[in-house]
Structures are given as structure tokens and as C-alpha cells.
Design a protein around this ligand. Structure first.
Ligand code: PMP
Length: 404
């Protein structure tokens, strides 16, 4: 059992007031709050361990390098990768997908080839592919979403052809909360000899991920959604794939030798890490992972499920409520509309009550179009949220509904 009150004390921001009301932070799918230990890591890094990493002979540079490389190992263990060479630090999920889209397209795609994504993707798993597809004349095929907000597996099966080169889908939807059946998705792709990228931005904060067990080729996520700092994230790639793909950006760190005649590239993981990395961010990221591990991902998942079930039950009592995403396998995301109240009005009025929710298209405009709406109100929960906060939220909704 998680001790929620003592957990809340680790997150100073949760004691803040907004518009004179206690903050109720239900925007965790956009970004999570940071525990004291993560912020202290950043502070300690800059105060005591700051020097540019790799190749430094002096004490501080070596200490900073060790901390950064230890962080890589912590990420490796967290997602059960085989080797720390398979962990590439990026600026986040978005950059990680852009990296794969660019390098994979350069190496593996020709005119007429096809890739498969889904209707529930975040823009960051759509637009990079569109940019690359336009460059090479590649076709993007899209797995449709059912009424309950699940991927239609029958359609998925039918999208494969001898031209399919990659599947890139989200592990968990940031709008619908749906946890996709990644085992089936990967097995079906592998049966066609097609590699898979999973966007784990929403999944890693809520469940155990084992990339070896999944046997997935690429897995990407952002630190800031798992209680870590902004501006850093991870690309996991199977070593044979990362070896095969060309570098994404050029610069310092990613080279072995440089001359005007010929440059050779560094080995993994450095081949994909041009320039000075966020070596303070990486250690704070590792601390965030260890924080989550101390709580236990199974305990987190169970508690967040309880919150989601409670919030869903309570919100279902409103007349005219529509909940988007009713999959049986669902993370702690509740997207909804009530009657014809505009999502933006709802968000603004809840904000006056100190309640932070997200409104709009959630960077998933194609999904909104398919659902026939402009946007939703989205409440997304974390282990530091409570049922009492959900009660306040329901009271807030009630007030808003009565105003209209
Ligand atoms: N994919 C999903 C499913 C997301 O929820 C997000 C963030 N909302 C992203 C990708 C992009 O993550 P970032 O902005 O951290 O790169």
C-alpha cells in the first residue's frame, strides 16, 4: 500500500494554492510534478558535479561522466534493455521519434514502401513520419480506432503488405487512456518481418516495461512524464538496429575521427548523441526512475486504477456526459465532455477552483476528427492524487454544469 500523504510531502508544489484554492493537479499526462529528490539532484549537480563530460582528465569531468553513464545504466535496468549501448539520451519522446524517422527512412525506405501508424497517435508519432514519407515517396497506413477507443486488430492485420517496412504506434493513448495490446501488435508485425517502434511516453509512468520481453525494436519516452526533468528522454533501440542506422545529427561526441577527407563515427550509444548532452538532467532523470521504483510500479498501477475507476463512476452520474476511451485496459486518463459545454469553458472554470485539467485536442487532431469533436476535457491522475481531490473535482463539475 502506498502512503499517499507522505508521498505528497515529497512534492512541494502540491501544497500550493491557485486562485486562493488548494491546487488539484490533474494534468499529469501533460507533465508530472517533481519530487524533492529530483530537484535536489539538479541543484547538487550544478553546485557540485558540473563539468563537461567525456574526455576530461580532471576530477570534476570524470565525476560528471560517471554520474551520466550511471544514469544510462539505471534507465537500462528500468526498461530491462540488454545493454546500456541501447539507451540513447534524446531531448524527449519527440526527438527520439524524429531520430528514428530520419535515420530509418535514410537507411531502410524506398519509394512505394509503407509504414503503419494508428489513428490514436500523438502528433509526434505522425508528423515526423509525414515529413520523411514526403521525402522518399512512402505511404503511411493508419490503424482505425473502434467506438470504445481500441485499435481495430482486424484492420491492422489487413494493412500489411509486402511493402510494409515499419509499425510505429503508441503503447498508451494520451487522449483515450487505452493501453494497446502491444504483444499482439508486435507479434503480428514480426510475423511479417517488420520492426516496431512503441511510443511509451504515457506508458512508462504507469506500468512495468520490459523491452526484451516485448522484443520491440524501438521504444521511446520522456523524463518529464515520469517525475523527471524536462528536456531529456530516451530512445531504446535493439543494438543491431542502432548499429545499422546512420547518425541523426553531426557534431562533437558522435565522431571517432574527423578530417576534411573522411569522418568516422563513434560507437553506440554516442553515435546518436551529438553535442554536449544534458548530463545534469540525466542524473535527475535516473533519480526520478529510482523514486518510482521505490514506490513500485505495480502498487502505482493498482492505486491509479482505483482512482480512475472512482472518477469514472462518479462522473458517469452527470446527465449528458460522454467519456472518450472505454477500453478494458486503460491507464489513469479520463477524457470527457458534458452536454454541449465547451471544453475550454469547462477548463477555465475548473481552473478558478484550483483544478488543473487539460482541454483541447491533446496533440491528436486526427483522432478528434474521427471522434467528430474539437476537443475534450482531460483529467489524468498520478499516485499523488486522492479520492478527496476527485470529490472536489466532481463538485466543481457540478457547479460548472449548474452555471450552464
Ligand atoms: N507521445 C505521447 C503519447 C504523448 O502523450 C506525448 C506528450 N504529450 C508525446 C508523445 C510527446 O512527448 P514530448 O513532448 O515529451 O516529446
Amino acid at each position: 500500500m502506498l502512503d499517499i500523504q507522505s508521498i505528497r510531502e515529497d512534492f512541494p508544489i502540491l501544497q500550493n494554492q491557485v486562485h486562493g484554492k488548494p491546487l488539484i493537479y490533474f494534468d499529469n499526462a501533460a507533465t508530472t510534478q517533481k519530487p524533492r529528490s529530483v530537484v535536489e539532484r539538479i541543484e547538487n549537480g550544478y553546485y557540485n558535479v558540473n563539468a563537461n563530460i567525456h574526455r576530461g582528465v580532471h576530477f570534476l569531468s570524470q565525476a560528471a561522466t560517471e554520474a551520466h553513464e550511471e544514469a544510462r545504466k539505471i534507465v537500462q535496468r528500468f526498461i530491462h534493455a540488454r545493454s546500456s549501448n541501447e539507451i540513447i539520451f534524446t531531448r524527449g519522446t519527440t526527438e527520439a521519434i524524429n531520430l528514428v524517422a530520419s535515420s530509418f527512412t535514410d537507411e531502410c525506405l524506398c519509394e512505394g514502401d509503407e509504414i503503419i501508424i494508428s489513428e490514436m497517435e500523438h502528433h509526434s508519432n505522425i508528423v515526423p513520419w509525414q515529413i520523411q514519407a514526403a521525402r522518399k515517396g512512402v505511404t503511411i497506413k493508419v490503424i482505425p480506432v473502434t467506438e470504445t477507443g481500441e485499435l481495430c486488430l482486424e484492420s491492422y492485420r489487413n494493412l500489411f503488405s509486402e511493402k510494409t517496412r515499419l509499425v510505429s504506434v503508441t503503447h498508451m493513448s494520451n487522449v483515450l487512456g487505452t493501453v494497446n495490446p502491444v504483444r499482439e501488435l508486435i507479434d503480428m508485425a514480426h510475423a511479417h518481418d517488420v520492426p516496431v517502434l512503441l511510443d511509451g511516453a504515457q506508458a512508462v509512468p504507469h506500468m512495468q516495461v520490459d523491452v526484451q520481453e516485448l522484443d520491440v525494436e524501438f521504444y521511446v519516452f520522456s523524463a518529464h512524464k515520469i517525475y523527471g526533468p524536462t528536456g531529456i528522454g530516451v530512445l531504446y533501440g535493439k543494438e543491431e538496429w542502432l548499429d545499422r542506422l546512420p547518425p541523426y545529427q553531426g557534431g562533437g561526441e558522435m565522431i571517432a575521427t574527423v578530417s576534411f577527407e573522411k569522418t568516422t563515427f563513434n560507437e553506440l550509444p554516442f553515435k546518436f548523441e551529438a553535442g554536449t548532452p544534458d548530463y545534469i538532467g540525466s542524473t535527475a532523470f535516473a533519480e526520478a526512475i529510482q523514486y518510482v521504483e521505490r514506490l513500485g510500479l505495480d502498487q502505482i498501477a493498482a492505486y491509479e486504477h482505483e482512482l480512475l475507476t472512482y472518477a469514472t463512476e462518479r462522473i458517469s452520474t452527470f446527465d449528458g456526459v460522454r467519456i472518450f476511451g472505454q477500453a478494458p485496459q486503460k491507464g489513469a486518463v479520463l477524457s470527457f465532455l458534458i452536454g454541449d459545454i465547451h471544453h475550454y469553458d469547462m477548463g477555465m472554470l475548473l481552473d478558478r477552483l484550483g483544478i488543473a485539467v487539460r482541454t483541447g485536442h491533446h496533440c491528436a487532431q486526427p483522432l478528434m476528427k474521427e471522434l467528430g469533436i474539437e476537443g475534450t476535457v482531460r483529467a489524468s491522475f498520478s499516485f499523488y492524487n486522492t479520492k478527496e481531490e476527485i470529490d472536489h473535482f466532481i463538485e466543481g463539475l457540478d457547479r460548472v454544469v449548474k452555471m450552464f
